[in-house]
Design a protein around this ligand. Structure first.
Ligand code: ZN
Length: 290
């Protein structure tokens, strides 16, 4: 009988130890899984702001935070602005136009969008669409999303999401509500051009003899508005401007004070990618270094 109790005690002890081991393994596994989940959440943090990313990742070990994998790599700082810009857009545009061509002039004026490093952003395959059909074909590949508080202002989803965050500070559209401030058709681009310019103006632009018109209106088939990455806004104070910049939106077309482009980079990264700051009439533009 004494031997029976001794054996029973032994088996209970073994069972208890086994249970304790399994339980501790389960707890460890749960903690590891929770950490992996946190890491995943950190990596997909939809923000162009380094500070936001760090806030989202404060519960992670330092080795996960640095380097921040969802931010694009910085181009070689030993290169010139132009070289860094071109290096960063290579692969985003199938053919980089040769200097002094019409396409190069357009890339210089409207090419800020090609710096966008976000994989979900769709960039046009060239800087000029020849007609409505080419424009529609590209636009049919876009995932568009409506800008909050507007009736029919649509932009590429990432651009709209970033603008909606910025618009927590109230920023009115140029027209107050309309589609023409956002993604446009080829026909609308052409109509605006014909309002301010003509065939002769286009020839002068193509020859590189006229550039100022590019800040007033885009030649047919070349507007950033065709790509779902631009919006016309009435920005009247520094708070609005900073909210836009912080969310990747900038003035990139010289003289066009109402026009904002989705670049998708935080302000401190613009110069790293070759952008040059130019102040015209007290307005800050971030222009391409071409
Ligand atoms: Zn515009």
């Amino acid at each position: 009988m004494k031997r029976f109790f001794k054996n029973a005690f032994f088996y209970i002890l073994i069972a208890f130890i086994s249970f304790a081991l399994v339980a501790s393994q389960a707890i460890t596994r749960h903690m590891v899984m929770a950490n992996i989940q946190n890491t995943a959440n950190c990596l997909i943090a939809p923000s162009v702001d380094d500070r936001n990313l760090i806030i989202n990742c404060t519960n992670l070990p330092q080795r996960v935070i640095s380097p921040t994998p969802n931010l694009p790599p910085i181009p070689n700082p030993n290169l010139t602005d132009k070289e860094r810009f071109l290096a960063a857009i290579t692969g985003h545009l199938p053919t980089i136009p040769a200097p002094n061509t019409f396409e190069y002039i357009l890339l210089r004026a409207y090419g800020a969008v090609f710096i966008n490093q976000k994989p979900e952003i769709k960039l046009p395959p060239k800087v000029v669409f020849n007609n409505e059909q080419e424009t529609k074909q590209f636009q049919s590949t876009l995932t568009l999303s409506k800008v909050n508080g507007t009736s029919n202002c649509y932009l590429q989803k990432s651009a709209a999401d970033a603008l909606n965050i910025a618009m927590q500070v109230q920023i009115p559209l140029k027209s107050g509500y309309g589609a023409s401030d956002c993604t446009r058709s080829f026909a609308t681009n052409l109509r605006f051009w014909q309002k301010y310019a003509n065939r002769n103006t286009l020839e002068q632009v193509q020859l590189g003899k006229e550039t100022k018109i590019l800040g007033v209106v885009a030649p047919p088939g070349t507007s950033q508005h065709l790509w779902g990455l631009a919006v016309d806004l009435r920005v009247s104070n520094e708070v609005q401007k900073q909210a836009l910049n912080k969310n990747g939106w900038y003035r990139t077309v010289e003289y066009d004070t109402l026009h904002w482009t989705y670049v998708g980079l935080p302000p401190e990264r613009l110069t790293q990618f070759g952008f040059q700051n130019k102040v015209v009439g007290g307005i800050n533009y971030w222009i391409t270094p071409l």
